[in-house]
Write a protein that binds this ligand. Sequence first.
Ligand code: SF4
Length: 219
Amino acid sequence: MDADDYLQISGIQHFSFCRRQWALIHIEQAWSENLRTVEGRLMHERAHDPFFREKRGNTIITREMPVFSNTLGVSGQCDIVEFHANPNGVALHGREGLWQPCPIEYKRGSPKVNDADRLQLCAQALCLEEMLLCPEIETAYLYYGETRRREAVALTEELRGAVRESFAEMRGYYERRYTPRVKMTKSCNACSLKDICLPRLPKATSVREYISGAMGGSE
Ligand code: SF4
């Protein structure tokens, strides 16, 4: 697979929220910023201070670490990866001892009832395990801006399987350049793409098609 065709890891949270939203963003390249996405972006920019890298006791903290998985055909980056001193861990270039990675993802809001954030975090962990050939990462963390707390996430076989299944389904859509039709749910009210998606026009199957129709057939 060409690296240019790798799917973005962060897309798994869009896909989990709504498959059509994911396709609009990642296949049709449509994007719309609203208050939530702007706040989320600013929070990530603060987390992604490229000059921040430090060692605190038995922990090395890195930010904005690029990660990928050739097996899954995905790439992205981790907000933060903590490397904890661990006799079962792996060697790191320029560091003494053995270290086990632990990804931490920053989120603007509060913990969600769905698995969107946990899927993204687990995908990052799968990438780290494949890249570093380290032992399985048992637990990773989500940090929420509203609660200012870390939530521990157990990276169970069930969650790992859900990540693999989601990426396989996304890959199928991506290769067919398929955008699912509108299926209105209560999620639509909170969707950053609702003005682009036009959920009240269920026959509009793609942005391009809608615009073409609105302009009398010319794009
Ligand atoms: S408006 Fe609704 S159907 Fe359209 S992308 Fe958003 S959540 Fe999905």
